[in-house]
Design a protein around this ligand. Structure first.
Ligand SMILES: C[S@@+](CC[C@H](N)C(=O)[O-])C[C@H]1O[C@@H](n2cnc3c(N)ncnc32)[C@H](O)[C@@H]1O
Length: 346
């Protein structure tokens, strides 16, 4: 990747976060690179920056194919392939559309020259309103990087961010105030909300182990805790486990899920509940397929945040008392269990 230049067209879509990238690398390691990296005639990467980074991590030699079309065709190709592949919020799509509508001949971005695609074209291609594209442009042109990032991640709507920038005008005080509030309300640890922990205790009686525990006074009442300093992943797990693994900025929950399933299958963990972001298309969610789960209705407010989480949450149950799990957690959301293949056969 380091010696491959990237086409500016590829940059209209954001790079994956660390957790997603780790999953992609894991998948490429197991299954090989399914889609080759697409380059332009000048050798720059048009599509596949993430796959290329993931190949490096997985130590897999990448394959390349060349895209021979015009600049406009290259733009359309990138939007078409990514719209199938990436599930972006409307606000994140507004940022993509705003970047798309600034490309001129030569595949460069230039706010002053005639664009290859108008804001209306970009709005249509991304399935959003022209107003959202205009909001996206305000954010891209004037917002500090952190605010662009928050819109990208769905923490603030593109309209709200654009209004903030417009209201702030040249005075950056409002934007600074936003960052102060954001830091105060955002969560870095995602502590399990107390009402969820109460239900876990109701089902288990007592939690034997929290293998991913915070430093200092433990947030979860359990008989034993492993913190980062203990490295919960390298320890033996036993009994009734409640797991809310580190993820997001701290990486993928994949290895925590794998460890939980291994310890449960080996019989050392007798029962477990695992709280996870509800990302159903991931390899780690696949490993949990045989186990019952409750998709939490609405958005959870985590223990260290003053705002609702910007992602949905699922609680997965590993154990034999499925009806009791449903009775206790059914009030939180909808409970599901796999029908095929039958859990007994996997
Ligand atoms: C999502 S928080 C959950 C905290 C708490 N167990 C709860 O349920 O609210 C994940 C925690 O795992 C801790 N952590 C990170 N790496 C760890 C490791 N290798 N072993 C144990 N804990 C770790 C983090 O410091 C963080 O406090």
């Amino acid at each position: 990747m380091t010696d491959r230049a990237v086409s500016p067209i590829a940059e209209i879509y954001p790079l994956m976060g660390q957790a997603e990238l780790a999953e992609l690398a894991d998948s490429i390691h197991r299954n090989g690179l399914r889609e080759p990296i697409v380059t332009r005639q000048d050798g720059t990467v048009l599509d596949g920056r993430n796959r290329l980074r993931a190949c490096e991590i997985a130590r897999v030699t990448p394959r390349f194919v060349e895209f021979a079309g015009t600049d406009r065709e290259a733009l359309e190709f990138v939007v078409d392939t990514n719209s199938h592949r990436r599930h972006l919020s409307e606000s994140a799509r507004a940022l993509v559309a705003a970047r798309l509508a600034t490309f001129t001949h030569g595949g460069r971005r230039d706010g002053n020259a005639a664009a290859l695609l108008t804001q209306r074209d970009a709005a249509e291609r991304l399935g959003i309103s022209e107003r959202s594209v205009r909001d996206g442009k305000v954010v891209i042109d004037h917002a500090p990087e952190e605010l662009v990032d928050d819109v990208q991640r769905g923490l603030i709507a593109v309209r709200a961010a654009a209004e903030l920038i417009r209201a702030a005008g040249k005075d950056k005080v409002l934007v600074a105030e936003y960052h102060r509030l954001r830091r105060a309300s955002g969560s870095t640890e995602w502590y399990t909300p107390p009402h969820v922990l109460n239900l876990v205790t109701e089902l288990f009686g007592e939690i034997d182990l929290d293998p991913a525990s915070n430093e200092g006074e433990p947030w979860v009442m359990a008989r034993a805790h492993f913190t980062r300093a203990d490295d919960g992943l390298s320890r033996g797990w036993n009994g009734r486990v409640f797991l809310n693994p580190p993820w997001d900025s701290q990486g993928s929950p994949g290895q925590w899920v794998a460890k939980l399933v291994d310890e449960y299958t080996a019989g050392r963990v007798t029962e477990a509940i695992c709280l996870l972001p509800a990302r159903v298309n991931t390899a780690w969610m696949d490993r949990l397929a045989p186990y019952a789960r409750c998709f939490v209705r609405g958005r959870l407010r985590f223990g260290d945040a003053t705002g609702d989480a910007p992602f949905p949450v699922v609680l997965v149950y590993l154990g034999a008392r499925i009806q009791e799990f449903v009775d206790v957690f059914g009030g939180l959301g909808s409970c599901y269990r796999q029908i095929l293949p039958s859990p007994a056969t996997v």
